[in-house]
Design a protein around this ligand. Structure first.
Ligand code: SF4
Length: 400
């Protein structure tokens, strides 16, 4: 059973040797997209150098804990916007974490910043899963989103990845973009499905605070068309299933045995370590988050001695939840998966029983047609998945 009521604060024993999932955040992009609130800044050679130097310190501290991950995910930002020398260095830094038990080694790429040589660097260094941010195959929508690539470039990059040898490719798509009709979305979806990737992630556009898109929506009093969004989501479900994908998480579809193991670890509440600015780690029920500021992150890594003394980074922000609150969070995140929770699996993971603490929440969701019991467990219905954030509140609010 996972120990949710333990914390390693002051215990002097970072439980890193048991961590099975490593995330690495590359905080640079060629240009900021109009909707993006991720921690990333515009690429410069000097920032790449500073970032890789700081990351080298973090990863060399980490490797002394003999961390042998089952999954590594290089995300961002845009990992593929690093220079070729930068990418070679990055892969070299990750080498000590690659071992025979590493099942999945993913990288996110942007079709506007990947060429043949960079794809080969990833392939030759053991990357076995590529996640490509396509977002749309309509040039007008791509421009509106502020993407740096065209539809043609995305198609070309997909062929290039296949030529290099990648056999596990995810395509990221966004729907419900202002001005996007159902026909335009359907056309993108048909072209995307025609590529026969192994995995598909399709997200509804969200309006995050402080982005140019959100400012535009506020200034023009734009309201998203909820009915159209529901039609697009229904169309996505139908077409993806028809194309042979299985739907395993609200926004994620895969071919058999091609589910993203790294993301599944998050959704099942497993421990992970995140390196790089803004990256989160979840260790013994405590969430530690690096500063989103590249400069502050770099300074913190320079104070390496401090880490050895306190077993914590200076820029880490700690978020300590009570074990019950953490279990509520795990319940909510896990329900994003179509398989929901088996009662015994949830107990095994958290030490709490869903029926003891969330019986009312589950009943409420059933009465709204958003949840259902199955033999030995509970899951969201397709209506519940569409409104999963509201369902999550039922589990999380209880524990505040
Ligand atoms: S490429 Fe990705 S991380 Fe970079 S600005 Fe665009 S959406 Fe954000």
């Amino acid at each position: 059973m996972e120990e949710l009521n333990g914390s390693f604060q002051g215990s002097g024993a970072l439980p890193l040797h048991t961590v099975k999932h490593l995330y690495l955040h590359v905080p640079l992009c060629v240009r900021k997209c109009s909707y993006c609130a991720f921690a990333s800044q515009v690429y410069s050679a000097s920032e790449e150098k500073a970032f890789l130097h700081a990351l080298e310190i973090e990863l060399s501290c980490l490797k002394t804990f003999l961390l042998k991950p089952e999954t590594i995910f290089i995300g961002g930002g845009t990992p593929s916007c690093l220079s070729k020398t930068g990418l070679e260095k990055l892969m070299h830094l990750l080498n000590p974490f690659c071992h025979s038990g590493l099942k999945e080694f993913s990288v996110e790429i942007n079709p506007g910043s990947l060429d043949h040589e960079k794809a080969r660097i990833f392939y030759e260094n053991g990357i076995n899963r590529v996640s490509m941010g396509v977002q749309s195959l309509n040039d007008r929508i791509l421009r509106q989103l502020g993407r740096i690539h065209s539809a043609q470039q995305a198609l070309h990059t997909f062929s290039l990845l296949r030529e290099v040898g990648f056999k596990n490719i995810n395509l990221d798509v966004i729907f419900s973009v202002p001005g996007q009709s159902l026909d335009v979305f359907e056309a993108t979806l048909a072209d995307i499905l025609g590529l026969k990737s192994e995995h598909l992630s399709c997200y509804e556009l969200t309006y995050e605070e402080g982005t140019p898109l959100t400012r535009w929506a506020q200034e023009t009093n734009f309201k998203a068309d909820e009915l159209l969004s529901c039609q697009m989501y229904d169309c996505l479900l139908n077409k993806a299933l028809e194309a042979g994908f299985s739907h395993y998480e609200i926004s994620n579809f895969s071919r058999p045995r091609k589910e993203c193991l790294h993301n599944i670890a998050y959704w099942r509440g497993k421990e992970y370590y995140g390196a790089g600015p803004s990256a989160c780690s979840l260790l013994k029920g405590v969430r530690y988050t690096h500063s989103p500021s590249l400069a502050f992150y770099c300074q913190s890594m320079e104070a390496e001695d401090n880490f050895h003394q306190n077993l914590k980074w200076n820029d880490w922000q700690e978020d300590v939840l009570s074990p019950l609150a953490r279990a509520g969070e795990i319940a909510a995140i896990g329900l994003r998966m179509t398989r929901g929770w088996r009662f015994d699996e949830f107990y095994e993971r958290t030490g709490y029983r869903l029926h003891d603490h969330w019986a009312e929440a589950m009943q409420k969701l059933c009465s709204r047609g958003e949840g259902e019991f199955f033999e030995g467990g509970f899951r969201l219905t397709s209506r519940g998945l569409r409104f999963a954030d509201l369902a999550a509140e039922e589990f999380i609010l209880l524990c505040v």
